[in-house]
Design a protein around this ligand. Sequence first.
Ligand SMILES: Cc1cc2nc3c(=O)[nH]c(=O)nc-3n(C[C@H](O)[C@H](O)[C@H](O)COP(=O)(O)OP(=O)(O)OC[C@H]3O[C@@H](n4cnc5c(N)ncnc54)[C@H](O)[C@@H]3O)c2cc1C
Length: 501
Amino acid sequence: MAAAGFSMQAMLPTASSSKAAQPIGALRAPVNSSAAPRAAFTSSISGQKLKSVQQTGRAQRAAALQVLAVKDGAVLDRKLRVAVIGGGPSGACTAETLAKGGCETYLIERKLDNCKPCGGAIPLCMVDEFDIPAEIIDRKVTKMKMISPSNREVDVGKTLSETEYIGMCRREVLDNYLRQRAKQNGATVHNGLMMRMEQDGPEGEYTVHFNSYAEGGKVGKPDSIKVDVVIGADGANSRVAKEIDAGEYDYAIAFQERIRIPDDKMDYYKDLAEMYVGDDVSPDFYGWVFPKYDHVAVGTGTVINKSGIKQYQQATRDRSKVKTEGGKIIRVEAHPIPEHPRPRRAQGRVALVGDAAGYVTKCSGEGIYFAAKSGRMCAEAIVEASQNGTMMVGEQDLAVYLSKFDKKYWLTYKVLDILQKVFYRSNPAREAFVEMCKSDYVQRMTFDSYLYKTVVPGNPLDDAKLAIQTLGSLLRGNALRAGAKSVSFGSKNKVAEGVAA
Ligand SMILES: Cc1cc2nc3c(=O)[nH]c(=O)nc-3n(C[C@H](O)[C@H](O)[C@H](O)COP(=O)(O)OP(=O)(O)OC[C@H]3O[C@@H](n4cnc5c(N)ncnc54)[C@H](O)[C@@H]3O)c2cc1C
């Protein structure tokens, strides 16, 4: 393997399949040199002599571990080595920033043409901050139709300026672009499925084991890499999270069908997305029709009744039927969406970013921007603490990223969590929600918050009017009584707790 940090798994003794940390000598020994020669050697000595040889061996191994255990903040005589597991938006952006910042960076992605099940909607600030070129954006959505349980439609988007839009992209295109950029900036991209990892003592290096697909084939070839830091960017089913006992999170299941519809129907969706709310499409989320390059994505999600997902999907299809009928399903996909951050997001020299950490917002189910941003912020913390990859970093340096991220986005998560609790709890509340969206003020606030990721402070007079309007809408819809049992502002707010932790 050309890259210095890689070493073939086939060179390792088979004992290294154990999850426990291996003695460094064993990790270094070529596979064929371990069993047979050692048996021949031990049979030629015995008793006291053998004991002293064993003690010397142990001392040597301990000394080797000492050498490889590098204290946090120690100056390195080589570059800091970081493995990023997962090449979605969080992993690609982590790797790009690390490589640019002088770290020796390895990005391990199991499927380089992965087509992540996703609506693919991204805010304007992502396009700007992450320099996403125009060709990655399939469609610029400037109109959003909110459709209530009784099929009342409200058009949202009239407050947008000529340059404002929601970007719609295909994930296979976006992810590939971001990974290529990481590579151009110096990251080594490897096609492999990470299987497990172990650390050589508390301050030792990590050995990350993966099945390499570099030479093709479905099964892959065992391989491994030795690094100082590991970043888990491997999505909702993160193996890295399991390795550090990061704990579980509640999750929604999201289901989506990609449907190629006739041209005239596609024309209707060319710059328009739809959001359906109602008990029929989801008890706690919304159904969507998002325009893609040459098709639409129709989907829905739920946390509280996962087994009903197909019935909710059917209802979303039925509600949008007039506009999508005659279409051909070209892909069916489903995936978990985390509901709140994991109890632990960093341990030792390992940190989680993106969905692996649990950064999807409630209410909108948005995660691409937060994945990219958390990856970049984590990498920036590492680059800064390591002084461009020249010093060893530790858990405290990774915690800097966590506290900065939490400080920046805590309010956004909190507000969206409350909105979901208030407005997605009953059909009357949803009717009130859609009615409220008629207000220019609400539209401007909502779009500003979404497009620029800031919870915009409003004008106090308009805020007061909005509060009265909201209450009016809820009372008119009898929503406060209808859903009174299912909402409690005092209830445990896991998103907020997790993010603020
Ligand atoms: C149906 C659906 C619709 C959605 N719609 C939107 C939307 O419109 N807008 C939005 O902002 N968000 C949306 N989301 C959320 C969004 O998809 C995620 O928040 C986002 O993809 C998180 O990015 P990530 O890089 O953290 O993880 P992922 O995108 O999941 O990437 C993880 C990567 O790691 C790789 N990987 C996993 N395990 C391993 C392993 N062991 N070894 C090596 N590689 C591995 C995977 O192949 C994958 O490429 C949606 C989610 C779903 C399920």
